[in-house]
Design a protein. Structure first.
Length: 237
């Protein structure tokens, strides 16, 4: 059994997960030098809960968000342990960073040293939507991601995706309570700040989180809920 097949075996529930392998050479921060290939795993978010947040976050979504991050971190740890037994070094990039882990650079730019979304586009799993969501081909934006960087030369599972598949749809742009998106389509040649204002998004998300769930966090989810891609009754045929 190949290493790739073993990893696919560990990501056992194919109805709830997506998996891809990406070549990240030339795309990652110097601190990850030598770890130029990536395993990307996504887990589908519960439809009923996501449907319930069309007007903002609730406690069910808050709990689902945290539970899904925990489940992804657990499965990524299992894969990292498996790789270690095969003498393959890896770096697990957690699904999200806590407020305690936020540094001055993140506060200034709202960007991290590693982008799960970029890795997922390089693995051919989807694209970046108009409100800076990762939109997977299988689950739409109803997904959370985790990544594992490795020093082992994977073959990319699919061709990288270089441009948006959102077309003329502007539902997320219209429904965004922060008015953070311009409606411009993403490509690999456009910077986030040209089509989406992450600071407006964070400010409104904090406001909604405090109002709806009494939590000091940045959680909204409206654009996830309204996107037609990934809904059970949506078809790309």
């Amino acid at each position: 059994m190949s290493i790739e097949d073993r990893i696919k075996e560990l990501v056992s529930n194919n109805d709830e997960y997506i998996l891809g392998f990406a070549d990240m050479r030339g795309l990652i921060n110097d601190q990850f030098k030598g770890f130029d290939f990536c395993i990307v795993i996504g887990k589908r978010l519960d439809d009923k809960i996501v449907d319930s947040i069309a007007t903002g976050p609730n406690m069910d979504y808050y709990n689902l968000y945290n539970l899904t991050n925990h489940q992804l971190a657990e499965i990524a740890k299992k894969i990292s342990d498996e790789l270690e037994e095969l003498h393959i070094s890896s770096i697990l990039i957690k699904p999200t960073i806590s407020d305690e882990e936020v540094d001055n650079q993140y506060d200034r730019t709202l960007t991290c040293d590693f982008s799960h979304k970029m890795a997922a586009t390089r693995a051919g799993l989807g694209w970046i939507g108009k409100t800076d969501l990762f939109v997977s081909q299988k689950f739409g934006p109803r997904v959370r991601l985790v990544s594992i960087l490795v020093n082992y030369p994977w073959n990319s599972s699919k061709a990288p995706i270089n441009e948006s598949g959102c077309g003329k749809c502007n539902l997320c742009v219209r429904e965004c309570p922060a008015l953070a998106a311009t409606g411009q389509l993403w490509t690999i040649n456009i910077k986030r700040d040209e089509f989406f204002d992450a600071f407006k998004c964070r400010e409104k998300s904090r406001e909604l989180s405090q109002k709806n769930i009494k939590r000091n966090t940045s959680l909204c989810g409206i654009c996830v809920s309204v996107c037609p891609i990934g809904k059970r009754d949506f078809s790309t045929d």
